[in-house]
Write a protein that binds this ligand. Structure first.
Ligand code: MRU
Length: 347
């Protein structure tokens, strides 16, 4: 298939609206959803129109920009009340990806210092736009740092979608794969389908085909078999939250991929910008999102499980540091023990 060279821009601010690639429609249609109100932004995050930790963070920041622009407040304290309402609604959309909280708190921290409503509106939008630019820069830098870990001819497994579609553009895990390709290395990607929402099948397969990067799709259940045959040389995934101890929260299934990688001596890398690091929480503090039963009992629109069956649908899991070979950030590659390497990286 001939690659389409128009880069995917997942989140953008255009004519006072937040424009998102509607990821619920992929891979069948590449269409955009326009949010003109922060409540529409909150719904888009909740319903996975936009998803992936860095993309959620930047989108929420643009949500605050909409709240500021549409505020009918007459005084600064009234405006802060409006912004605080939007902050609370946006913050309650998804619990696991730390970028959401990081982005909202960063914008609120800035706007508190504004002297006028006009200044406040400008500060919120400027900060959101800055975050969008920083996201692309961090992804490119992560790409450059991580590409060195890959060899020409490597077959690389990735889980879920940590690509352009999970960020503003370029991607974290898939950004590293892009950068390795741009440096002349030929890589092939194996994407897991990533049940139950199929981010691997729907999004990673689409995104890599779109960019002309060799990709094969496998069922989640085929990872052990493929590794036992020597068909996978490396694993790279993204993250929703990385703790200072090196515990990584990412899409459900990541933990079992990491265990299989260790069993078969396959290096397991995580690519995550510093905006995905949570320097405060311990593993037990992190809320794992439980999503709707429908995602499990149905395949597409078709029900496959009997009515009344009990269902658990955790959307994320935690991979402990001892299963991780390295964590690629925009500042460098962290190696175990992560608490120590993080400390020396941050100085
Ligand atoms: O439920 P999702 O699709 O938002 O989950 C996304 C993931 O788990 C990604 O791997 C993670 O956010 C990293 S994205 C660069």
């Amino acid at each position: 298939m001939a690659p389409n060279l128009d880069p995917l821009l997942t989140v953008a601010w255009e004519n006072n609206s937040v424009v998102l690639i509607d990821q619920t429609k992929l891979p069948n249609k590449l269409v955009y959803s326009k949010c003109k109100d922060y409540r529409e932004v909150a719904d888009a995050i909740k319903n996975l129109v936009v998803r992936g930790a860095p993309a959620i963070g930047v989108t929420a920041a643009f949500g605050l920009a909409l709240a500021a622009q549409h505020s009918k407040a007459k005084t600064m304290p009234e405006m802060m009340i409006d912004l605080d309402t939007a902050f609370k609604i946006l913050r309650a959309t998804r619990p696991t990806a730390v970028n959401l909280f990081w982005a909202l708190e960063r914008v609120m921290g800035k706007v508190k210092r504004a002297k006028s409503m006009q200044e406040a509106k400008k500060v919120v939008l400027d900060e959101a736009l800055k975050m969008a630019d920083e996201d692309i820069d961090a992804n490119r830098q992560m790409g450059a740092n991580g590409a060195k870990l890959f060899k020409d001819g490597d077959v690389v497994l990735t889980h879920c979608n940590a690509g352009s579609l999970a960020t503003v553009a370029y991607g974290t895990a898939l950004g590293v794969i892009r950068a390795a390709r741009e440096s002349g290395k030929r890589l092939s990607v194996i994407a897991t389908e990533t049940r139950p929402v199929m981010q691997g099948a729907r999004l990673t397969a689409f995104e890599l085909q779109h960019d002309g990067i060799d990709v094969s799709l496998i069922p989640d259940t085929a990872v052990g078999h493929m590794m036992s045959k020597g068909a996978i040389r490396r694993v790279i995934v993204g993250a929703d939250r990385v703790l200072r101890s090196g515990h990584v929260f990412n899409k459900i299934g990541t933990y079992q991929v990491a265990i299989l990688a260790r069993r078969h001596d396959v290096p397991f890398y995580v690519a995550a910008p510093l905006s995905t690091f949570d320097f405060e929480s311990n593993p037990e503090d992190v809320i794992i999102e439980e999503r709707s039963v429908d995602e499990v009992v149905k395949v597409g629109k078709k029900r496959v499980a009997p009515r009344g069956v009990r269902v658990f649908n955790p959307a994320f899991d935690m991979t402990p540091p001892e299963l991780i070979t390295g964590i690629i950030t925009e500042r460098g590659v962290l190696t175990p023990p992560f608490a120590k390497s993080l400390k020396s990286m941050l100085g």
